[in-house]
Design a binder for this molecule. Structure first.
Ligand code: AHN
Ligand code: ZN
Length: 332
C-alpha cells in the first residue's frame, strides 16, 4: 500500500513537472539564444537627442570655422562635467585641395588606472560640402546623422557612466576630427601628401600613429558612424570582420538578446574606409564600425546632402545603439 502511494506520488509529480515545463516553453520565444547579461544603466532618449541638437545648433562643425571651435570647447566641458579626464590632441594637417587645417582629437577617459580598456569613437567634424546633393553640391549641411549622431551617443554614454557606478573596465572615448574632408566627388584623385593614406579620416590616421598616451592600447574598439536614422540597419562591415569578428559577434548577439536584432542585421555589409581602418592597421587595436549600411545605396539617402538634418535623426535609434554599447561595457 505504501509502495503504491509512493508510485502514485512520483507519477503525479512527474505529470506536474511536465505540464509546467510544457506551458512554460510555449510562452517563451526561443529564436535567439539568450545570454545572461548584467543589467546596465540605460540611455535617456531625450538626453541623447538633445546632444545631437546642441551640435547642430553650433552650425556645421567644419574645420577652421567658429562652429568647429565652439563645438570642441563644448565637448571638453561636457566630458569634464561628467567626471572624465580629458585630453585634447591638436595638430596641423592639410586637406586634398591644399587647405591647411587645425584639427583636434578629443579624448575622454574613465577609470584611467584600469589596465583592461575599451575604446569608443566617432568623428565630430562635418563634411564641408554636400557633394551628393542634387540641388547644390557645394552647400553646407547640418551633419545631424553624419557626425552628430555618433558623438551624441558617446556624450550620453559618458553621462551615464559618470552619473552611475561605472563599468569595471576602463573606457576611453575619442572624438576624431577631420574624418569627413575627403575629396569632392567631382574631383579626380589627388595624390596623398604628408604620409597620409587617404584624404578621409585625418584624425584617426594621426592618432593611430601618435597616441595621446605612449604605448596606449585597448582590448578592442567600437566606432559609431551614422547611428541615428529611424530605419537604421547595421550590417557587419568587412574591415571589421577581417580584424575583429569576435567583437562583432559579441555586439550583435548582445543586440539580439536586448531585442534589437531588427537594427543589427547579422549579415556582411561592404568594405568601408572609415576611422576604424587606421586604428586597426596602425594602432593595432581590433576595432569594429557600427555604421548604417543600405545594400542598395551603401549609405542612408540623406548622406552628404542638405537633408542630413534633425529630421533624419530618431531618438529611439540613438538609444538602441547606446544601450547596446553600455551593455557591452557593463558586461566586461
Ligand atoms: C566612404 O565614403 C567609402 N567612406 C566614408 C565614410 C564616412 C563618410 N562616414 C561618414 N562620412
Ligand atoms: Zn560623411
Amino acid at each position: 500500500m505504501m509502495l503504491m502511494k509512493r508510485h502514485l506520488f512520483i507519477l503525479l509529480s512527474l505529470f506536474v513537472v511536465f505540464a509546467c515545463s510544457d506551458s512554460g516553453s510555449k510562452s517563451v520565444k526561443t529564436e535567439t539564444p539568450k545570454q545572461d547579461l548584467v543589467k546596465a544603466p540605460a540611455m535617456n532618449a531625450d538626453s541623447v537627442y538633445h546632444y545631437v541638437q546642441e551640435q547642430v545648433d553650433f552650425g556645421p562643425r567644419i574645420p577652421n570655422t567658429t562652429a568647429h571651435q565652439k563645438a570642441a570647447d563644448y565637448f571638453v566641458n561636457k566630458f569634464k562635467s561628467f567626471g572624465a579626464k580629458v585630453v585634447v590632441q591638436e595638430f596641423d594637417d592639410e586637406t586634398y585641395d591644399g587647405t591647411k587645417v587645425k584639427l583636434k582629437n578629443i579624448i575622454a577617459s574613465y577609470n584611467p588606472d584600469q589596465r583592461k580598456r575599451i575604446l569608443l569613437a566617432a568623428h565630430w567634424d562635418t563634411r564641408p560640402f554636400a557633394d551628393k546633393d542634387t540641388v547644390n553640391n557645394y552647400a553646407q549641411f547640418d551633419g545631424a546623422n553624419d557626425g552628430g549622431s555618433g558623438v551624441g551617443v558617446l556624450l550620453e554614454i559618458a553621462r551615464v557612466i559618470g552619473t552611475n557606478e561605472g563599468p569595471n573596465v576602463g573606457v576611453d572615448i575619442i572624438l576624431f576630427d577631420g574624418e569627413d574632408g575627403g575629396e569632392h566627388r567631382e574631383v579626380s584623385a589627388v595624390s596623398y601628401r604628408g604620409g597620409k593614406e587617404s584624404w578621409w579620416c585625418l584624425g584617426s590616421q594621426y592618432w593611430s600613429k601618435n597616441k595621446h598616451v605612449s604605448n596606449y592600447s585597448a582590448f578592442y574598439g567600437i566606432l559609431l558612424d551614422m547611428v541615428g536614422a529611424k530605419d537604421a540597419t547595421f550590417y557587419q562591415e568587412i574591415v571589421s570582420k577581417q580584424n575583429a569578428q569576435r567583437i562583432l559577434d559579441k555586439v550583435w548577439s548582445t543586440a539580439a538578446t536586448l531585442g534589437h536584432g531588427k537594427y543589427f542585421v547579422n549579415k556582411p555589409g561592404q568594405e568601408l574606409n572609415d576611422d576604424h581602418v587606421y586604428v586597426n592597421k596602425h594602432a593595432r587595436i581590433p576595432m569594429i564600425d557600427i555604421i548604417d549600411y543600405r545594400p542598395a545605396t551603401t549609405f542612408i539617402p540623406e548622406h552628404h546632402t542638405q537633408h542630413d538634418n534633425m529630421d533624419a535623426v530618431d531618438k529611439n535609434t540613438l538609444k538602441v545603439v547606446g544601450d547596446v554599447v553600455l551593455s557591452i561595457l557593463y558586461n566586461e
